[in-house]
Design a protein around this ligand. Structure first.
Ligand SMILES: Cc1ncc(C[n+]2csc(CCOP(=O)(O)OP(=O)(O)O)c2C)c(N)n1
Ligand SMILES: [Mg+2]
Length: 672
């Protein structure tokens, strides 16, 4: 335990740095950061276990920040442990700086997650806590059982609906390795919190099965005691509600208090207010970017302490590894980020199956061969066919994490963000399934997974209006176009930020899953049909799906027209092609499981598959725009431009023109 005088000095140091960063940048959020300084300082100086020399150590505690706008607090704290320089802090929010406006994941610098969209961080932490328990159960490595996942949340995140999902899941699964600190400062961006909510947050979390403590969030003794009690809790996740003072220590230009004021949420304190604040906190406004010597000393002492703590943990790990060399080697492999070794010859597809069924076949093999994979479903496992995986394992439950299936309940965004959290933790390959139409509930998570370059697998079934009897609410139309926009968006490494695949039949499904498992650099979206699909012509070389688009076997030389599609529409094109050939028209059929991937191929290949100037006809059960980019001025696209209708799918196919006959008619018109 450190001297409280120095602890308060360190917290003030963080406040000064945070306020100064924002002041210098002329933009940012000082108030929340100043309020939370006592908690983060206490956590890092006395509790958080990490290896200063080995930031990516798999057994480290994790700290997830949800309110990314409190970046100045995190950067300042990390400057106290030498992860950022004072120069870095001075460059907050500037071009090319390592201190962007909201933190972006960078393990080397101690940033575990990208944050900004409030609430998702709750689930990232829950997912990481699940991963730690899963890895502990699966491997016996003692570090995973000792790891604690800390999360820092705020009023905004608690109001976000996703907090309900994280609260429910963590309570249900009894995640006692999760400790959330709620910075309850009663202030948010434009109002006081009481203007928008009268809820009793403590009771709410208690009802979800959490251990809840309420403390003065600016009192180091109370923070310490609360963390100790939370660590001692052996059944429930912990919520520490810290009543913090927004803008703690801030002073206005006239010297009066600037605490508990919305104005400090998202703007520099400004001029004399800033000067008065720094002085009030014991700093020098002429030279605010300093770390006080006593604070430096305290953190040097902590670094030395950590050496001992980490050495002891790593010693236990070594004893375990010596006794379990094979398992230890596997764990290393899991954390390497490399794609798993899979014997794909074990996948035996049934001809003519729905691609969701084909996906289930693959998932069954993955469940057997990929011991660090966790598959999830939002209460649809028997429909989205993730039950192919479930049948080979069992669900994760409170007190028993020996299974590998995560029953997320009806909560798609929660599920997706928990999977992201698992990926952030590392060592685990997460996949999650639901109906494609409900991908709408998951977009914010997909975007974050894409930005963080996490290889989460999103499984979306019931890919088109052929869920007809359920009616328009359940019929995806514009969803494929939306997710394919993410394929066009490049990540920080200049790669397509998401790989989106929609296979044409059961065999192409296997190849698409292989691509998904081999894609360790970005998320993958897999889009599957509900209904059975005729196989592509015999002799088709499915491995070509890896190029994103390819010429299907049986295509004619010297063709008159190219027919292109993804998913089940390819087989509809084949039916149309048969009719066209009877009329003497020569046809090339192109399957395009991924436009984004296709556009990443050499120009010559793209040109060889879809030569410019050749007549083209695209067929999509989505919006025409899904294929218009590939067809261009060379033809037309038959797509859907309404929400859909309620009727059996074969009726819809007829009424909406998804038949070989309509393909024939439309192509005849195009060629006329
Ligand atoms: C999903 C989402 N919606 C809106 C915002 C914009 N926003 C950033 S901070 C904030 C208010 C947050 O209040 P609180 O969490 O209490 O932070 P404090 O004001 O205490 O710093 C809002 C609305 C956001 N970042 N994410
Ligand atoms: Mg607040």
């Amino acid at each position: 335990m450190n001297d409280n005088r120095i602890m308060n000095l360190a917290a003030n140091n963080i406040r000064i740095l945070a306020a100064s960063m924002v002041e210098k940048a002329k933009s940012g959020h000082p108030g929340g950061a100043m309020g939370g300084a006592d908690f983060i300082n206490t956590l890092y100086s006395e509790f958080l276990v990490y290896d200063p020399k080995d930031p990516a150590w798999a057994g480290r505690d994790r700290f997830f920040l949800d309110p990314g706008h409190m970046a100045p607090m995190l950067y300042s704290q990390l400057a106290l442990i030498d992860k950022f320089t004072l120069e870095d802090l001075k460059n907050l929010r500037q071009w090319g700086s390592v201190t962007p406006g909201h933190p972006e994941r960078e393990i080397e610098r101690g940033i575990e997650n990208t944050s900004g969209p409030l609430g998702q961080g709750h689930c990232f932490a829950v997912g990481a806590a699940i991963a730690a328990k899963f890895l502990a159960a699966r491997t016996g490595n003692p570090s995973f059982a000792k790891e604690t996942i800390y999360a820092y949340i705020s009023d905004g995140g608690v109001q976000e609906e996703i907090s309900q999902g994280s609260g429910r899941i963590a309570g249900t699964l009894g995640l006692d390795n999760l400790i959330m600190f709620y910075d309850a400062n009663d202030i948010q961006l434009s109002t006081e919190t009481k203007d928008v909510t009268i809820e009793d947050t403590a009771k709410k979390y208690e009802a979800w099965g959490w251990f809840v403590q309420k403390i003065d969030g600016n009192d180091v003794d109370q923070i310490r005691e609360a963390i100790c009690k939370a660590q001692a809790e052996k059944e429930r996740p912990s919520l520490i509600i810290g009543h913090c003072v927004m803008g703690k220590g801030a002073r206005k230009a006239d010297g009066s208090s600037y605490e508990h004021n919305c104005a400090t949420h998202g703007a520099p304190l400004g001029g004399d207010a800033y000067v008065n604040t720094v002085k009030n906190l014991g700093g020098n406004p002429e030279e605010p970017f300093v770390i006080f010597p006593e604070v430096k000393e305290m953190y040097a002492k902590r670094a030395a302490e950590l050496e001992g703590i980490v050495a002891a943990r790593k010693g236990e790990e070594k004893a375990w590894a010596d006794a379990n060399p094979e398992c230890a080697a596997k764990v290393c492999e899991w954390f390497s980020g490399k794609a798993p070794q899979i014997d794909w010859s074990k996948v035996e597809q049934k001809a003519g199956a729905a691609t969701r069924g084909a996906s289930a076949t693959v998932l069954g093999v993955l469940a057997e061969q990929v011991p660090n994979m966790i598959c999830a479903s939002a209460d649809l496992s028997n429909s989205d066919k993730t039950d192919g995986f479930l049948k080979k394992t069992h669900a994760l439950t409170r007190g028993d994490f020996s299974g590998a299936f995560f029953q997320a309940g009806v909560a798609e965004l929660t599920m997706a963000c928990c999977c992201i959290g698992m990926a952030l933790h590392g060592g685990v390959i997460p996949a999650c399934g639901t109906f494609f139409v409900f991908s709408d509930y998951m977009k914010p998570a997909v975007r974050m997974a894409a930005l963080m370059e996490l290889p989460v697998k999103f499984i979306w079934t019931h890919d088109a209006f052929r869920v007809g009897e359920d009616g328009p609410t359940h019929e995806p139309v514009e969803q494929e176009a939306q997710i394919r926009l993410m394929e066009k968006l490049k990540n920080h490494h200049g790669k397509n930020s998401v790989l989106v695949v929609r296979p044409a039949d059961a065999e192409e499904t296997t190849v698409c899953w292989r691509m998904a498992m081999e894609n360790v650099d970005t998320p993958t979206a897999l889009i599957f049909s509900r209904q059975n699909i005729e196989m592509l012509p015999a002799g088709n070389d499915y491995s070509q799906a890896e190029k994103g688009a390819y010429v299907v076997a049986g295509s004619d030389e010297d063709y008159d027209v190219i027919l292109l599609a993804s998913g089940s529409e390819v087989s509809t094109l084949e039916a149309g092609a048969d009719l066209l050939r009877k009329d003497g028209i020569k046809v090339r059929v192109v399957s395009v499981p991924s436009e984004g991937l296709f556009r990443s191929q050499p120009k010559e290949y793209q040109q060889s598959v879809l030569p410019a100037g050749k007549k083209k006809f695209g067929l999509t059960a989505g919006l025409p725009v899904t294929l218009e980019g590939l067809v261009g001025a060379d033809g037309c696209v038959w797509g859907l431009e309404s929400f859909g209708f309620s009727a059996p799918y074969k009726v819809l196919d007829e009424k909406l023109g998804y038949t070989g006959q309509n393909v024939y008619e439309q192509v005849k018109k195009l060629l006329a």
